[in-house]
Design a protein around this ligand. Structure first.
Ligand code: AHM
Ligand code: MG
Length: 342
């Protein structure tokens, strides 16, 4: 039996046809992101060869060292989306301010938020890295897009996705109608549907957290972790295995396919970072949208990530994401041990 080959372009088009009001702009925007992903994938593959590894000599707005590939990925996404007339404004983890459409070019009705290359500290040790993105409709009616267009809760997303640059390059996205994964055929240069309708397996396999931070965890997070390890008397009978890469897209992708929970809780390690490490707008919200459409759940420990309205572009949040029952269990431990009873 021969199997049908479905390219990402055809897939997005078919999804859009389900909406009679659609104009094709959205399809093109997603396809532009896939194009950017292909360019970044090419550069990632060549990273070790052409000496583009190492620091670019400046730090990003979070005060972290920025590697050259981050700059490249950031600029690629901006260049591809600035001149198409599909986007009103963008926001990137690597840019302090919103990214406006250059003067003289039309603004569109979509808002693109992205982390161009997450996990960049892993580049020079050949560990998987990724791009994360979310797409909103603009809120303002006309003119240049604004910060308010970017600061929307995840419930308003029209699409979200990520690209993982691993042993192969994959793009996973959802428009709210199933989560679908595509693998890049490097010879053909196309993303081909390889993982239709991804659902979190009911039986989770892994928990993923940076155990090095344990001394700084709250009591609730510590007890929740013991529960996952089978050390709490109310633990599920079989303890989960631990897996942690330290590259959010890779950790998330593995747990999405195998089942489990990833968490980066608030900790007391750095008083400047009381809300954990991950960014609400570029990391937590898009992945929360994906996980919910795959049957899972994401929380900041007390509330659904998708219900939070960001108040600033680079806001951080604790993140618990994966199988719904595990994330709800984390919330229960936090409510019991970390929140002063009133
Ligand atoms: P980055 O945006 O600077 O690349 O940092 C985010 C990364 C995530 O990919 C990952 O989940 C996390 O940092 C790992 O942090 P840690 O090394 O503290 O465990
Ligand atoms: Mg990041």
């Amino acid at each position: 039996m021969t199997q049908e080959v479905i390219t990402i372009e055809r897939h997005i088009l078919e999804q859009e046809r389900a909406h009679p009001e659609a104009t094709g702009v959205f399809t093109s925007l997603l396809y532009d992101i896939a194009l950017a992903a292909k360019i970044v994938a090419r550069e990632t593959r060549r990273a070790g060869l052409v000496e583009i590894l190492g620091l670019a000599g400046r730090t990003n707005v979070q005060g972290e060292a920025q590697m050259k590939l981050d700059v490249f990925a950031n600029e690629t996404l901006i260049r591809i989306n600035s001149y198409t007339g599909r986007v009103a404004v963008m926001a990137s983890e690597e840019e302090e301010d919103i990214i406006r459409i250059p003067e003289g070019y039309p603004t569109g009705r979509y808002v693109l938020v992205f982390d161009p290359l997450d996990g960049s500290s892993n580049i020079d040790v050949n560990v998987s890295i990724g791009t994360i993105f979310g797409i909103y409709r603009r809120r303002t009616k006309e003119g240049p897009g604004t910060v308010e267009d970017c600061l929307q809760p995840g419930r308003n997303l029209v699409a979200a996705g990520y690209v993982i640059y691993g042993s192969s390059t994959m793009m996973v996205y959802t428009t709210g109608n199933g989560v679908h994964g595509f693998t890049l055929d490097p010879e053909v240069g196309e993303f081909l549907l390889s993982h239709p309708n991804i659902r979190l397996p009911e039986k989770p396999k892994y928990y993923s957290v940076n155990h090095g931070n344990e001394p700084y965890w709250t009591e609730g997070v510590r007890r929740f972790t013991r529960w996952l390890q089978g050390l709490d008397e109310e633990s599920p009978r079989k303890p989960l295995s631990s897996r942690y890469i330290g590259s959010l897209v890779a950790d998330f992708h593995r747990n999405l396919l195998a089942g489990g929970i990833f968490y980066y809780p608030a900790d007391r390690k750095d008083p400047r970072k009381p809300h954990g490490k991950l960014r609400l707008l570029y990391e937590a919200i898009p992945l929360a949208f994906i996980v919910e459409h795959a049957g899972g759940y994401a929380s900041d420990g007390t509330q659904p990530i998708l219900d939070i309205t960001p108040t600033s572009l680079h806001q951080r949040t604790p993140l618990f994401i994966g199988n719904r029952d595990l994330v709800e269990q984390a919330e229960a431990f936090i409510a019991r041990y970390d929140q002063p009873s009133t």
